[in-house]
Design a protein around this ligand. Structure first.
Ligand SMILES: *Cc1c(COP(=O)(O)O)cnc(C)c1O
Ligand code: SF4
Length: 339
């Protein structure tokens, strides 16, 4: 598969860069280039341009290499290629479906649930998922390299036991910035756990560096990672290795996925995904219903179909391999279980 992408008709391309920061920096940002590389019709790129002008496209080569060439219906492609449908307005789909602007309790801090608080640590991601519920989030106002106000808020509230690093993708920060943040958080006596919500180990497995493992291991806090993964085709040998490195370092890895029309809305695909994850020792945690964010209505899976898929998963998989199927309602005291 990699051959199709990196070896062009003009002959062998230079080898792709090996460190994650270069891989991220060399990501494909133009729909025309993506379609050309994958042998897709130029009309798809033309269709993508207006949506990409609203929210840019971002696809690292390490992810691109897992997309089947010349297949407009590829489930990985559908997650990253902008579409004209994003510009449609649909009743009930809004810029801030989870009312996160009301959950802000400081710059870059969101608290919805007791005992845990979410820090928007980085405005960047390793990909722009077209269904992202934070696609309209005002990152510029929320995230800051200065952690002090957030640290002060958390220090002042002894009921908070767990900090969730989110974003954007917190692993888009450098190892030293993460180690520094972990140190500052570990100095807060009532904090017990540090959770990292990330998609980067799936997109660019090279992100799981020894420096990252060291930072997560050496903190006094119990570190837990939750990786966002939606389709078994996203897990190649390098991703499997990266997840194994985290787990071998003693860091529990859980998964979260979004149920997406045309991507993973089938019991066969999700059975594959969850079998693959438990084989790799990753515990499926959440299967999210799509948040109704403006521009993502074409990813919606109707509730009866979602319920049928989840009951099929329960019939096929060991109990611990079936994630909780949840949705989020603004103002709820936790994610809410759906059928
Ligand atoms: C989803 C979410 C969490 C995590 O919830 P858990 O059920 O603990 O996984 C925490 N804070 C916010 C703001 C969230 O959106
Ligand atoms: S990685 Fe997560 S935060 Fe980033 S675009 Fe995708 S869904 Fe959104």
């Amino acid at each position: 598969m990699t051959d199709c992408v990196f070896r062009t008709k003009r002959g062998a391309s230079p080898p792709p860069p090996a460190d994650w920061q270069s891989i991220l920096a060399h990501s494909v940002r133009s729909p025309a280039e993506l379609c050309r590389t994958l042998g897709l019709p130029a009309s798809l790129a033309a269709d993508a341009e207006p949506a990409a002008d609203r929210w840019s496209m971002l696809v690292p080569h390490t992810y691109l290499a897992r997309i089947r060439p010349a297949d407009p219906a590829d489930p990985l492609l559908r997650q990253v290629l902008p579409r004209a449908a994003e510009l449609a307005t649909t009743a009930g789909y809004t810029a801030d479906p989870l009312a996160e602007s009301h959950a802000q309790c400081g710059p870059g801090l969101l608290q919805k649930y007791r005992g845990r608080i979410l820090m928007v640590t980085a405005p960047h991601c390793g990909v722009h998922c077209r269904f992202c519920f934070r696609r309209h989030f005002p990152f510029d106002n929320a995230s800051t390299a200065d952690w002090q106000p957030a640290i002060q808020t958390i220090t002042a509230d002894p009921s908070i036991h767990e900090v969730i690093l989110s974003g954007g993708d917190p692993l888009s920060l450098s190892d030293s910035a993460l180690a520094d943040l972990a140190d500052q958080l570990a100095a807060i006596p009532h904090l017990r756990r540090l959770r990292v919500h990330t998609r980067l180990p799936i997109l660019i497995p090279q992100r799981v560096t020894t420096g990252l493992l060291r930072a997560l291991r050496k903190t006094r806090l119990t570190a837990v990672t939750v990786v966002h993964v939606n389709h078994p085709g996203e897990i190649d040998a390098d991703v499997a290795d990266a997840l194994g490195r985290l787990i071998d370092a003693g860091i529990p890895v859980l998964s979260q996925s979004v149920l997406l029309h045309g991507v993973n809305d089938s019991a066969d695909i999700l059975t594959d995904l969850y079998e693959r994850l438990i084989d790799l020792r990753v515990i499926p945690y959440y299967l999210h219903r799509l948040d109704h964010v403006a521009g993502a209505a074409h990813f919606e899976v109707a509730s009866p179909k979602a319920a049928a898929i989840v009951s099929e998963l329960r019939a096929r998989l060991p109990g611990y391999a079936v994630p909780r199927h949840v949705c989020e309602t603004p103002g709820g005291t936790s994610k809410e279980l759906v059928a």
